[in-house]
Design a protein around this ligand. Sequence first.
Ligand code: SF4
Length: 167
Amino acid sequence: MSNFVDILLEISLNYAVKEMVLVSACLLGLKCCYNGCDNTNDDVVDMRELFTLIPVCPEQLAGFSTPRFPAFFTQGDGSDTITGKDNIINEQGTNVSEQFRCGAREVLKLCNLLNIHSAILKEKSPSCGTKQIYVKEKLTKGSGVTATLLKLNGIRVMSENELKEIR
Ligand code: SF4
């Protein structure tokens, strides 16, 4: 993981183009969070100097509106959702697992379309969390649905926190 930036830089230099990196749109300042806010992260925004950043919000791609009810895992994590378990509900108690799977598939489609191999995703989100998610309001080890699907398809994934650690 510590070589993440070096690997991307090498690719960019070799091909004289900026490598494309998928980014959770809220980290770049887009107001796509469930509450209509953003999660602007300056370390992530600064990466635009080195890479072509592609902002994406899996939950908006899934068809959710903004603002929307917050959602969380009832058990397990994104790896369970991907295998078909219905384990995500929103604040109203509605099962929204299929929408989360749909959003993840759309993001993967975009990565394949644009030949994107790396992603910086927002930690703790039920879609984007890479190592931490909420299970019944408790912060727990695990990964979100989109982060899981990208990892399963060979895409390098890191959170904004990991980026800060290596910079
Ligand atoms: Fe940000 Fe991901 Fe949540 Fe969209 S789904 S608001 S990109 S953390």
